[in-house]
Design a protein around this ligand. Structure first.
Ligand SMILES: Nc1nc2c(c(=O)[nH]1)N[C@H]1C(S)=C(S)[C@@H](COP(=O)(O)OP(=O)(O)OC[C@H]3O[C@@H](n4cnc5c(=O)[nH]c(N)nc54)[C@H](O)[C@@H]3O)O[C@H]1N2
Ligand SMILES: Nc1nc2c(c(=O)[nH]1)N[C@H]1C(S)=C(S)[C@@H](COP(=O)(O)OP(=O)(O)OC[C@H]3O[C@@H](n4cnc5c(=O)[nH]c(N)nc54)[C@H](O)[C@@H]3O)O[C@H]1N2
Ligand code: SF4
Ligand SMILES: [Mo]
Length: 687
């Protein structure tokens, strides 16, 4: 019998948003998952963790019933008893009403992130929030810094089509690790290398799997990328790689920039970055001499207090050489502005009250432990609904987050697919569908295709979609909005119509709808996103955020990072693991097996200086706390820099607290954002 292949879309928080072909074995069961072949971006390639999605979909630990906690927090299933959906939702509505009566509606904080990237299921919680005037959420944990940095120069959140990599002669992967985090991008890069001899350069803080396969791996100290970019501009001006005609037409202050980088020599940058001076010359000349040079701007190097300034400095490079104007040249970070979905009905944007306080999701530790500044001077948070995120593991300043969730006077409802560590702290846990069990619409940050996926199999047990939870709570709370009366499919249709896009039926052939704009526009030949149509070398940081005055307007090394000191001589990077997706897939046996257990990558000379052997247990710490992890000697890293890959479950660490115990919740500049790769620490042999 021929296999029944259903079309779907990967919902995970990954730039690729792959088109999927799912083997449907029966109405409840899937087999292998393959990359969609009809779509030119996915082109048949998906990551290993989604190829074996059946492991997650049919996992014996999937949540199948609503649960009420009857035992201590943090224990897991043993602390819960099953209850019915109606009863569970009644409890949540009653608690929310009681909390609001006591402290006002701002005491309720719906909290969500991008566990699913589907617009209907991910963002519907916003409609409930806005209609009820519950505290707003500043979604800072991932893209706040990179958005600010990109917009400072380019002025609009889109870039060159990633499919043009096929026409590139040089691909620079800067501060990203696509072999682990965006595998099909590598397929495009490898094709360009094979077919036209394109070169690959990777700029990272350690020799990642992507750096491993590069022609040139540029390994620097975290938070020093702007110095490297400045030296490359210095070389471009000095050796006549700068395209002055292009700059005169398309950029704001080329002469000021040229004067500004005159003393920013490769020798100067070598001192700051730790990169050998000759490597900087080599990279600068290769980049300067290649017109079809494509920079994939990763998220990784934005996760630093100076991260926005780092991104901005790198986007200046193609503006100096004029690479933006060539096919296969320019840069791409993300493409949200290509789609411009009109989401008023999904998100209840017509009900937003700007006087309601907005809480920074990355500062959830401070918020839940009563930090007056984090609370914006308002009432305490005493009730939460959490969907699509796992803050007990992924949030910075994690010890505070744990203390906050342990509070007796905090009511928490978590809607989840698994008993995550966050769900284990909840009073009510509701079972959630996976993307294979509901309908949604997906944009992508790494490509240009808008896609719709219909459910492939029936929901597991009593699992219900996010939209169901939001509308049922709205009914119980008396929240009124047209979006609550619509089905997910109607919301999709309505959003398409409001945006001026073709109806949903047009999307269901596994190809989606390509929102790429004309070549001229994708390459900004008809102007950049700013009012004056120019690329801005001179960033208006103060226009982008309240802390802008602390950043230099022209690209420069901004020393606002958590620099190493005599007491804390190491810099910690907490990069993603290939077989996990943030904290997701920590539950699947295939991923666990591949990742093994947490460890810290450290230079052998640093191990020798600590007088310990490879494999020794090390204690890593700072003023926030400490964790114990085994060492792994690694020569693909600078002395004084260490990497712990993966957002592991807390219990994977000896003392039951994960790596985010060390990362800071201090907002990055100029407008906030989490600084996961910007941490000074001490390291000692563990007792
Ligand atoms: N397998 C897997 N895939 C994922 C994820 C995952 O956890 N696992 N997470 C998903 C999510 S939510 C996102 S946002 C994306 C993120 O994907 P990426 O764009 O790849 O960004 P990061 O994962 O934060 O970090 C990437 C690299 O940045 C490097 N880095 C850190 N600091 C600096 C610096 O100062 N300078 C430079 N040059 N490099 C630096 C790190 O060493 C790391 O190798 O990936 C998504 N895809
Ligand atoms: N140390 C360190 N920490 C980091 C990072 C780092 O690089 N280093 N990266 C940060 C980044 S970039 C990000 S984006 C965050 C992400 O962190 P999270 O937002 O927590 O992302 P996930 O771990 O993917 O968790 C998503 C959860 O959503 C659930 N889920 C998935 N689909 C649905 C659904 O349809 N409905 C419901 N109700 N639930 C669903 C999944 O089961 C999963 O438990 O982590 C951040 N934390
Ligand atoms: S590469 Fe990213 S989008 Fe593609 S299947 Fe894997 S997690 Fe999903
Ligand atoms: Mo992210």
């Amino acid at each position: 019998m021929p296999l029944d292949i259903a079309h779907s879309v990967c919902p995970h928080d990954c730039p690729s948003t792959c088109t999927l072909e799912v083997e449907r074995l029966d109405a409840r069961t899937i087999g292998r998952v393959h990359g969609g072949r009809k779509d030119g971006y996915t082109a048949g390639v998906v990551c290993a963790k989604v190829a074996r999605y059946a492991e997650r979909q049919h996992h014996p630990e999937r949540l199948g019933q609503p649960l009420r906690r009857i035992g201590p927090k943090g224990v897991g299933l043993a602390s819960f008893e099953p209850i019915g959906w109606d009863e569970a939702l009644d409890v949540v509505a009653k608690e929310f009403r009681a909390a609001a009566l006591r402290h006002g509606p701002e005491t309720v904080w719906p909290y969500f992130y991008a566990g699913t990237m589907g617009h209907v299921q991910r963002d519907g919680i916003e409609r409930l929030r806005h209609v009820m005037k519950y505290s707003r959420q500043f979604g800072s944990i991932c893209v706040a810094l990179s958005d600010a940095g990109w917009n400072a120069g380019v002025g609009v959140k889109r870039g060159v089509d990633s499919r043009e990599i096929a026409k590139s002669d040089l691909v620079v992967v800067w501060g990203g690790n696509p072999v682990s985090t965006q595998v099909n991008l590598m397929a495009h890069i490898q094709r360009a290398r094979k077919q036209r001899g394109a070169k690959l350069v990777v700029v990272d803080t350690y020799r990642t799997p992507t750096a491993e396969v590069a022609d040139l791996a540029v390994i620097l100290k975290p938070g020093t990328d702007a110095a490297l970019a400045c030296a490359m501009m210095h070389v471009a001006f000095k050796e006549d790689f700068a395209d002055r005609a292009y700059m005169a037409r398309y950029t704001d202050v080329p002469d000021e920039l040229e004067a500004h980088v005159r003393d920013k020599t490769p020798a100067w940058a070598a001192e700051i970055t730790g990169i050998p001076e000759e490597t900087i010359w080599e990279f600068a000349r290769l980049y300067g001499a290649t017109k079809r040079a494509f920079i994939r701007v990763g998220y990784g190097f934005s996760r630093s207090r100076n991260g926005a300034a780092q991104i901005h400095a790198v986007t200046c490079l193609p503006a100096v050489t004029g690479a933006w104007q060539h096919e296969g040249g320019g840069a791409l970070y993300a493409g949200g502005a290509l789609y411009n979905l009109k989401k008023t009905v999904i998100m209840g944007l017509d009900a937003v009250d700007p006087t309601v306080r907005e809480l920074d999701m990355s500062r959830i530790g401070g918020v839940l432990t009563g930090d007056a500044d984090a609370l914006g001077g308002g009432p305490p948070v005493t009730a939460m609904l959490i969907q699509n995120t796992n803050p007990m593991v992924v949030a910075p300043d994690l010890m505070k987050v744990h203390r906050g969730f342990a509070r007796d006077d905090l009511f928490v409802c978590v809607h989840e697919q698994f008993m995550t560590e966050t769900a284990a702290m909840a009073d009510i846990v509701l079972p959630a569908t996976t993307f294979l069990e509901h309908d949604d619409i997906y944009t992508a940050s790494g490509h240009t295709v808008l896609q719709i996926a219909q459910k492939v199999v029936e929901p597991f047990a009593e699992a219900r979609e996010n939209h169901f939870v939001v509308t049922e709570l709205a009914r119980r709370l008396g929240a009124e909005h047209p979006g609550f009366a619509m089905t997910p499919w109607q919301l999709i249709e309505r959003t398409l119509a409001d945006t001026g896009l073709p109806p949903a039926g047009h999307f269901l052939d596994g190809r989606g709808h390509d929102c790429a704009l004309a070549f001229e526009t994708m390459h900004f030949l008809d102007g950049f996103g700013h009012q004056d149509g120019k690329f801005h070398f001179k960033a208006d940081w103060s226009g982008l955020g309240p802390d802008g005055a602390r950043l230099s307007p022209l690209p420069d090394q901004n020393w606002v990072i958590d620099r190493e000191t005599a007491a804390k001589p190491f810099r910690l990077v907490t990069a993603p693991a290939r077989s996990f997706l943030n904290s997701t897939f920590g539950e699947t046996p295939g991923s666990r097996q591949r990742e093994g257990s947490p460890r810290v990558l450290i230079h052998a000379d640093d191990l020798a200086a600590l007088a310990v052997e490879d494999g020794a247990r090390l204690r890593l710490g700072n003023e926030q706390g400490s964790v114990v992890v085994p060492a792994k000697a690694f020569d693909g890293i600078r002395r004084g820099v260490v990497v712990v890959e993966g957002i592991w479950p807390n219990h994977a660490f000896e003392e039951g607290i994960g790596i985010n115990a060390l990362t800071s919740a201090e907002p990055g500049l100029p407008a906030g954002g989490a600084v996961f790769h910007d941490t000074a620490i001490w390291i000692r042999p563990a007792a």
